[in-house]
Design a protein around this ligand. Structure first.
Ligand code: ZN
Length: 220
């Protein structure tokens, strides 16, 4: 299991021990965050900060596809949620992301697939950001609910905190983790919004939903 410095920084931040900016540099703030986090968890070594599975983040996407889950989508995400809110298992299970290799795990986020589970809602074909046009297959509320529910399941299963550093939309990857993405317009709009919004604020709304699902007494 290997973790990049960025992964370690994001994990510390997710656990409530901020290393400052997620910049991929092992500086004094990062070292301090690591020892704080280890002390809080009663761990000794870096891997002790992580779940034994090696999974530590969930990335939320939309496919930009038309209604109807297709093979290509199932190859790119660990789960794809259709318009009715049904989750379809991808070709690679979430655990395949622990040791990411092309062809053996889902490729859902540029340079950030290792340890990251990719969940997608199948929607937004033909959507245009500005002026906003939701296209022929806009995201449904059933999809948002199911996305939050599936994320809550994985958070619970793999000890992933519901934080902006560990449960984030594809649109947040670059601003929050500093990992450059080729421009791709990905979750910045939710049903009921007049137009796309700030990626972090939209991410916050989804995380709120995920947290609510986790707080339900009957949650997994
Ligand atoms: Zn995406």
């Amino acid at each position: 299991m290997t973790f990049s410095i960025r992964d370690i920084q994001a994990r510390c931040a997710a656990l409530g021990h901020s290393p400052g900016d997620i910049d991929g540099m092992m500086g004094p703030n990062t070292r301090a965050a690591i020892s704080d986090a280890l002390r809080a968890r009663g761990g000794r070594r870096l891997p002790d900060l992580f779940h034994p599975s090696g999974l530590h983040r969930i990335h939320l996407h939309w496919t930009a596809g038309a209604a109807g889950v297709i093979d290509l989508e199932l190859r790119h995400y660990n789960e794809v949620i259709d318009h009715e809110g049904r989750a379809h298992s991808g070709h690679f299970p979430a655990t395949a992301q622990a040791t990411y290799r092309v062809g053996h795990a889902a490729s859902h986020t540029l340079n950030a697939n290792t340890g990251a589970i990719g969940l997608a809602v199948d929607c937004m074909a033909g959507a245009v950001e500005r002026p906003f046009d939701q296209g022929s297959a806009p995201m449904t509320q059933a999809q948002v609910d199911a996305l939050a529910e599936r994320a809550a399941y994985y958070c619970e299963a793999f000890d992933i905190p519901v934080s902006p550093f560990s449960v984030l939309t594809h649109a947040e990857i670059q601003p929050t983790l500093g990992i450059r993405q080729r421009w791709k317009w990905d979750i910045t709009w939710l049903p009921g919004m007049k137009e796309p919004g700030d990626p972090i604020l939209v991410g916050d709304r989804i995380r709120e939903l995920v947290q609510r699902k986790m707080d339900m007494p009957w949650a997994a």
